[in-house]
Design a protein around this ligand. Sequence first.
Ligand SMILES: Nc1nc2c(ncn2[C@@H]2O[C@H](COP(=O)(O)OP(=O)(O)OP(=O)(O)O)[C@@H](O)[C@H]2O)c(=O)[nH]1
Length: 315
Amino acid sequence: MSEEKGFFGRLVEGLNKTRDNIVSGMDSVFGGFSSIDDDFYEELEEVMIMGDLGVTATYDILDDLKEKVKERHIKNPADCRELLIESIRDQMSVGAVEYEFEEMNPVIMVVGVNGVGKTTTIGKLAGQYHAQGKRVIVAAADTFRAAAGEQLKEWADRAHAELIGGQEGSDPAAVVYDAVAAAKARHADILLCDTAGRLHNKKNLMEELRKMNRIIDREYPEACRETLVVLDATTGQNALQQAKEFKEVADITGIILTKMDGTAKGGIAVAVQAELGIPVKYIGVGEKMEDLQRFDPDQFVKALFTPEEEDGEKE
Ligand SMILES: Nc1nc2c(ncn2[C@@H]2O[C@H](COP(=O)(O)OP(=O)(O)OP(=O)(O)O)[C@@H](O)[C@H]2O)c(=O)[nH]1
């Protein structure tokens, strides 16, 4: 239980800047109005848009809030706080997020542009899976950048994962082929594939990803598949745009939001799910191995709005 508390505590701490931005803004609206009118909703809307919740989610949440206010005959703006938290939680909980894939010998493709925290995230995932007793293989299929392979090697060593590939300029599909062969021969539990994130050359990227997927389909048909896009939360709406572009070239099954600790733009977690209909599966709240967490909308909303209620009772 104390470990769980630490887990929630890190999330609470990681969301400090976002809380200062969004929650303080909302609270000043709740405290600054004496009646619930159009101006009140407009102010709330502004805080939410400025807080990177995105237009779609903001309107959905406000519509839901207005309905609740009507249904429950709420008159006092301060009484809207709980209702708004409820609406945000509902908005984020659309579609339960499954993690069964982690138990099904998956091949996890990780995509994302350079600098978003892709390598670090793969390292953290590898380390966490290793700590669960899983045998992890990492494919260094980002052969485009010289430093990518070396950096991944460092993380793989730290995570006690086996690294395949890493030579600059080699064919990424060949790296994936070797990694699949190794995963099968060594009875690996999880194969994590780092890929190059060249969004500016969509056609090549799409072709490269397709080629890798074909190899996995052919050589490892029994493997469960996941494609996760890594997004840097500090880039706010840019992250949203990147996710949209990756969705055009790959069959994205989940989102990983990194650097939530360094940003006031944490509202992006609400926006990406609403805009793309793809769940956030993990969030990064720091640079250490344990700073990558499964994303739980309930915990997220709780850590953001009611951190003082922390009692570690949650998974
Ligand atoms: N504060 C914080 N920093 C993070 C987090 N995730 C990654 N970083 C940092 O972000 C920087 C970039 O991370 P990388 O893993 O190198 O990013 P990348 O996407 O692999 O970038 P390339 O290797 O250039 O393709 C590093 O300094 C990481 O330590 C996070 O959740 N929080």
